[in-house]
Design a protein around this ligand. Structure first.
Ligand code: G3P
Length: 216
């Protein structure tokens, strides 16, 4: 499963990229607002740090407007992935952009039927929001399972990008289902490495090693 960082914070992206575990980045207008950075500038900087897809979202709601914005965004770098909302206008834009060779991430997916439409529109990625789904009393992981089943039934190549990931259990369940990608805040990705028994084990080994008086 590929790991994308859901952030526009350069320091966090650099830290994760240095581990070799980062396959891409997703941003959205809220994350850009939080970063306090200029959208074009920060997207360009992220694209220079990460070689994988970097999602940058359009804000127009009509097809012509989305196409105009996508034209600006795809000039930033070759690894920009245009993010469009899961609306009829967004799907129309997805079809046009992917037919033209651009990567497209169809975002704000909350149903398996929406994901089916995204795949039919040729999306590179579809982003079901599991956390927001759970928040509203639905089962986010059931949605991922349904999309996996449908995509496998028809051999759709659209990658399932599990978004709105809030904790390690989301990551674990997404991996068990066979989602292609998950995007999570840097703190969630870094938290995956933590285990109390790992820390305790290191502590014990180091204490015993010190008693040997040896050096490597
Ligand atoms: O990037 C889209 C998605 O991951 C947002 O997550 O936590 O705002 O629901 P969240």
């Amino acid at each position: 499963m590929k790991f994308f960082a859901d952030t526009a914070e350069i320091a966090d992206i650099k830290e994760l990229a240095a581990t070799g575990l980062l396959d891409g980045v997703t941003t959205n207008p809220s994350l850009i607002m939080k970063s306090g950075r200029d959208f074009m500038e920060v997207t360009k900087e992220i694209c220079s740090i990460v070689s994988g897809p970097v999602s940058a979202e359009v804000v127009a709601l009509d097809h012509e407007g989305m196409m105009r914005e996508a034209e600006v965004l795809r000039k930033i770098a070759d690894n920009v992935c245009i993010k469009v909302p899961l609306t009829l206008e967004g799907l129309k834009t997805c079809k046009a952009l992917t037919s033209d060779g651009s990567m497209v991430n169809v975002t704000l997916c909350f149903s398996a039927n929406q994901a089916l439409l995204a795949a039919k529109a040729g999306a590179t990625f579809v982003s079901p929001f599991v956390g927001r789904h759970d928040d509203n009393g639905f089962d986010g992981m059931q949605l991922i399972g349904d999309i996996r089943l449908i995509y496998d039934n028809y051999d759709f190549r659209t990658e399932i990008l599990v978004a709105s990931v809030r904790h390690g259990i989301h990551v674990l369940e997404a991996a068990k289902i066979g989602a292609d990608v998950m995007t999570a805040p840097p703190a969630v990705i870094k938290g995956l490495v933590k285990h109390v028994l790992t820390d305790k084990g290191i502590e014990g080994f180091l204490a015993d090693w010190a008693k040997t008086g040896q050096k490597i």
